[in-house]
Ligand binder design. Structure first.
Ligand code: ZN
Length: 271
């Protein structure tokens, strides 16, 4: 599943090819995504210029004047740029043709992604309105977490995966960040001290930064490459390592499920 780093790398990969370009045509082959692609979208977007590509949480936001095209990659989506797109294949659902001759192709085998048109103010759209701060934003510090979590008995891992508290921290990065901060995932959020909340924010940023650094090396693959975007294979500390020795202390990594998601931790390093 594309997480924040994959979406951010997609944004960086696409931005130079789309910013300042006019949309010649949007061709929707199959509109049955998580929410149907609006029937009016091709007519609405044709002739408009993409000024900028932003990211909020795991949403790509193409800015066209005051309007926004929101793209979510869901569980299996990808958005690629082609100078000469290959013949369309199964799961290639949407082509966005630009005046430069480039085509952005949206592919999504499981179709949990989305492509929606947001009139201004886009921040008020239900998908965006309640998002918490971005992990790298100045307002997302230990004090923010402390304030947001002080009355919550929910396990800390579920709290940091809650987009209303902090935006875009998915399962892999929640697992890894909690290891780096030495916090057990099941700890009730309100039991994590203010000092450890600060360490946790730093750990989240460090984990995401490492993934972004890895992903940066895949940027050139965004053009004329039909492959899926890389899922950045970090040397995970705990994620997917049940039963294997902790890289720090050698204890066997444990596994349980929280909120239905695989949760891994070191019973010695994480308290
Ligand atoms: Zn350990």
């Amino acid at each position: 599943m594309p997480e924040l780093p994959e979406v951010e790398i997609t944004r960086r990969g696409l931005a130079p090819h789309v910013e300042g370009r006019r949309v010649d045509a949007l061709i929707v082959y199959d509109r049955r995504l998580r929410w149907p692609v609006p029937l009016s979208l091709p007519r609405t977007i044709a002739g408009r210029t993409i000024e900028r590509v932003d990211r909020r949480s795991k949403y790509l936001l193409f800015r066209l004047g005051d309007d926004t095209l929101l793209v979510h990659l869901g569980m299996t989506g990808s958005l690629r740029a082609f100078a000469r797109p290959p013949a369309r294949q199964a799961h290639d659902h949407i082509d966005l043709r630009l005046d430069s001759g480039m085509t952005l192709r949206y592919r999504d085998p499981r179709r949990f992604g989305a492509m929606l048109w947001l009139p201004p103010p886009s921040e008020a759209h239900p998908l965006l309105a309640r998002l918490g701060p971005e992990p790298f934003s100045p307002e997302c510090d230990g004090d923010h977490l402390w304030t947001a979590l002080r009355n919550r008995t929910t396990p800390i891992k579920l709290a940091i995966m809650n987009n209303e508290i902090i935006a875009g921290v998915g399962n892999i990065y929640a697992n890894e960040s909690l290891f780096r901060a030495g916090i057990r995932p099941t700890t009730p959020a309100l039991r994590v001290s203010r000092v450890r909340q600060r360490a946790l924010v730093e750990a989240i940023r460090a984990t995401l930064s490492d993934a972004l650094a890895k992903g940066g090396s895949t940027l050139r693959d965004f053009v004329d490459s039909a492959g899926l975007p890389g899922y950045f294979q970090l040397d995970y500390f705990v994620y997917g390592r049940e039963g294997l020795p902790c890289r720090v202390c050698g204890s066997a990594i444990k596994s349980l499920r929280l909120g239905g998601r695989a949760t891994n931790f070191c019973p010695a390093c994480q308290r």
